[in-house]
Design a protein. Structure first.
Lengths: 108, 242
């Protein structure tokens, strides 16, 4: 693929990536939203975080299959407890990485 | 995260650029750290697919979407047609529609130019950090923008480095592959502020696992999040009525 054709492809990819990120901000940020919508949107972050995280802990492969007891899950348990107790983001990331590193060395 | 109480609104002086940068980076560094191994891996894959460092860097600059870039590189390697690649990228990134909608509530009073710039950096990870910080208070759009753009800078650098270094890149060092998962775990904990939030999170977790097993691709993120938020919404309504 020539650089011109590649750039054109990237611009199209960039556009379809950018629009879904931009349109809601432009349409919703400076508008009074109905109370029910704001209430619903208020629950979206916690739901999204959980939906992003859970399959990474309990599934693997493409297509995905259920894999209970992966190191990702076992490490998540003490990492979660650490986060609950300390409420420290940096500490949790470090503890999670350290435990995962250990798990990879001990369980393989 | 105890900053919720001492709210920034009472400060008379606007924060200096240095403070904004420092606090933005202090909140965003796990994202940057997590992007390192993923960006390096993408660069290596891109190199294997015949993309030089310049092309990889341009992609990270113009597209800036982790999972969509992985799929695009795989499709390029398989000589897929450009329309098919663009359509796939579009579908994979539709979930950001939901994230930007939730962030819009927090970005009231921002000008069009700021929103246009901010939109560029909305990713799963920057959304996770910013939505949590906004809710806990002591956070504003400029700090949020620092999170977006520092992550973007690291992403571009890591993908280019991966393309240059190729096979020299070590994998799995220091458990760095777990950085983003640990970050999501902690940010999820911060979000569990009531029983309703716990129930919504559990629902979203179960639904996302089930949906991801049944339907290939990434639709599980949007489907599970919308369904769980809707269920949580009606639970809250019912509890208020009774």
């Amino acid at each position: 693929m020539s650089l011109e054709a590649y750039l054109l492809l990237l611009l199209a990819m960039g556009l379809v990536t950018y629009l879904p990120r931009w349109l809601p901000l432009q349409l919703l940020a400076n508008r009074r939203l109905p109370a029910w919508l704001e209430e619903w949107l208020g629950l979206i972050p916690v739901a999204l975080l959980s939906a992003l995280l859970a399959p990474a802990l309990f599934t693997a492969g493409r297509p995905r299959s259920l894999e209970l007891g992966r190191p990702e899950f076992w490490v998540a348990v003490p990492t979660l407890l650490f986060a609950v107790r300390t409420r420290s983001l940096g500490g949790t990331v470090m503890v999670g990485m350290g435990l995962f590193w250990l798990a990879q060395h001990l369980l393989v | 995260m105890t900053s919720g109480e001492n709210s920034r609104e009472q400060r008379p002086e606007p924060d200096s650029l240095r403070t904004v940068l420092r606090e933005g980076l202090a909140a965003g560094w796990p994202v940057c750290l997590g992007y390192l191994p993923i960006g390096l891996a993408l660069g290596v894959l891109g190199g294997n697919a015949g993309l030089d460092p310049l092309r990889i860097g341009l992609m990270s600059l113009l597209v800036f979407a982790g999972s969509a870039q992985f799929i695009a590189v795989a499709m390029l390697a398989a000589a897929a047609s450009p329309p098919a690649i663009v359509a796939t990228v579009f579908v994979v990134n539709l979930r950001h529609l939901l994230m930007s909608s939730a962030l819009a509530v927090q970005l009231r009073g921002s000008g069009r130019a700021f929103l246009a710039l901010f939109a560029y950096g909305v990713t799963d990870e920057s959304f996770a950090v910013n939505s949590v910080r906004f809710r806990d208070g002591g956070w504003d759009r400029w700090r949020a923008l620092v999170v977006n753009q520092s992550a973007n800078a690291v992403w571009i650098a890591a993908t280019v480095a991966g393309a240059i270094l190729g096979g020299l890149v070590p994998t799995g060092a220091f458990g760095i592959d777990y950085a983003l998962i640990a970050m999501f775990i902690c940010l999820l904990v911060f979000q569990l502020r009531s029983r309703l939030h716990v129930v919504t999170a559990l629902l979203a977790g179960v639904l996302s696992v089930a949906w991801s097993l049944w339907v290939p691709g990434d639709s599980y993120i949007v489907v599970a999040a919308c369904a769980a938020a809707t269920a949580g919404f009606f639970l809250q309504r019912r509890r208020r009525r009774s």
